[in-house]
Structure formats: C-alpha cells, structure tokens
Write a protein of this length. Sequence first.
Length: 373
Amino acid sequence: MRERSAHIVSAFRSIVSPRGGDLARFKPYELAAPIVKKLIHHAGLETDQVDEIIVSNALGAGGNPARLVALASGLPERVAGLSIDRQCCGGLDALGLAQAMIQSGHAEAIIAGGVESYSQRPVRLRSDHGATPTIVYDQPPFTPEADQDPNMAEAADRTSDRLNISRFEQDEWAVRSHRLAMDARQALKLEIVPISVGIKEYDTYSRNLTPKVCRRAPVIFGNITHGNSAVAADAAAFCLIVSDALARDLKKPSLRILKSVTQGADPAYPALAPVFAIKNALKQTEISIDQIDQIELMEAYAAQALACISCCGLDPARTNIKGGALARGHPIGASGTILAVRLFHDLIEQKGKLGLASIAAAGGLGSAVILQA
C-alpha cells in the first residue's frame, strides 16, 4: 500500500492584538471564520471537499469551539469539528493530528489551527458548593501536586538561572524580536487576513523597543519582566492540510509535514520541554539541525527561546527572522499555528527547504513540527 503524506497548501492568520485591543469585540468563531474562508478560496478547494476542522482553544470558547467555527465559516453541516486543548502546544498539535488522519486515510482535506480570545475568556470560579467561599482564579492546575506546578514566569526565571541566561540577554532578544517584526511589517501582511473593516492589518503590539525602555520594564518575577515576556493576546490562525494526491490536483505549491512530535518533560521546567521534542523530531527524520533552513520558536518568554537555542544548538540567525511572539503577543491556542503560518509564507517558493516550528506549554509539554517545501 502506497504511503500517504500530508501537505499544507494554504496558511493564514489574523493580526495578533493584545487583550482588550483591536480584536476584543470579536467572539472566537468570528475571529476564525474569515481565516477559514480565505484558506479554502486561496487553495481553490470546494467547501464540500473539507472533511474535518480541528481547532485548538485553551481559554474556553463554547461547548465545542471547532463546531462553532465550522458553522460560522459555512462548512457543510456534516463537518463535525474537533476541539483540542493542549494549552500553548495545541496550535501545532492540531497540525500533527490532521497529518495523522490524512496519512491513515481517514481524510483528504482538513482545516487545522487555533483561535484564542483572551479578551472574551470566561471568568473561572472555584466552588465546593458552599463549604467555603467561591473564589475567582486565573490559572487552572497543570499538575496534581501544587508545589510542582509553578507560575509560568517563575518557571521561566528558574530556567534562566539553571542555564545562566542573563537579564541582559533576555532583554536583547526582546529588542531584536520587535526590531525584526517592525522591519518585516509590510512583508507580514501577506499572511494576515483582515477580520473586519476598520481593523488594523498589522500586529499592533510590535514597536521600536529600545534597550533603555526594556531595562525599565516592570519585573514580573526575578529576571522576567513585561519587556522580555509576551503579552496575552487575541488571534486566529489556520492551515489547510491535504493528502499528496489532492495537493497534486490543486496544482498549488505546498509544504509537506515531515514529522510532528509532542512529549512531556519536567513540569517545573516547561521551557525545556521543546528541547526534547525538537531532538526527537530530528532523530526520527534523520535530519541534523544544520539542515534546517528556518526556525520559528515560540517566545512566551525570551528565556524560553534562548533556552531552546542553547540546548539544541539552533542558529539565531535562522530563528524568528521576522520577529516572534515577544513582538506579537501570545494567543495561547493559536500561537503554535502562527509559527507554521510563518514558515509556510517564507518557505513555500523555496523547493526542498526545511522549516522547524516548536513551542512549550504549561505542565511540561513541548511540541515540534518539521516542514519541507
């Protein structure tokens, strides 16, 4: 039996806007629907050719966010919609799940990605039915043991201490991220779909950040500051993933998903989890890190990105070449897909080139995806 492969033939995203900003009034499915429609139109696919939609969402967007997105996007009623929550990793994991479904013959065309509205997330309440007062909480537990479930900023700071990553290095990386994003603002418009008339068509948080301003940023924990960590944000990002046979029929350039890996690590050091995922993905594909042409690494914290660069021997010159999440923001469920969208638009016309995307998540999770043009 011939081995099937999965290919990204279309990939787009919305702008990324900080919580309470330009996208605050849009429900998650309203953020997602224009992206889904653009994907299908760009690929030249008929709507009734879509078999499934997989949506990553972490903060709560309805009983089944994927179903809401499917209906809002005009997909056939038979497209059920599959929602996943693997926190920050979900946006990449949606692509890996689509790859598996296509390779197994369960589907020919799947829309996969993520959407997050920090602005419209539900309030979380914890109650034991009157025994104690009901409390509002922000972060749910990611491990059964409270002492092994650190605040994410604290965990990032712990990682920076362990690897001797200085505050200066973290601030430098943040300044670089903003500078590259500002330099690429016009080029980045090619991957952005306008959500509504009157909404800006660029990532609104990117700015001309200077080292002086970064040094003055308020401290969150230790060496982690508001300058070298990503802001909570709203966004949607999706990829259209099809079988190799359908990709040939569409006659569109595509990126093949070579490998998708997600694995767990020490919950106390979630920033290090992508290191294991990256190394595992490279080992399984027998690809060396020197063969990777472009890397998109999540920057929830500068310390997180620098830890992966150090531990995996990544080339900074090939990493986040048009800026990263420090200059965009972090829309949890969509962040991983945004990395893949970035690679798609930069590599799509470069036959044979390899791209790597990787992200960490609370609970000690890391995901990595290798794509080939």
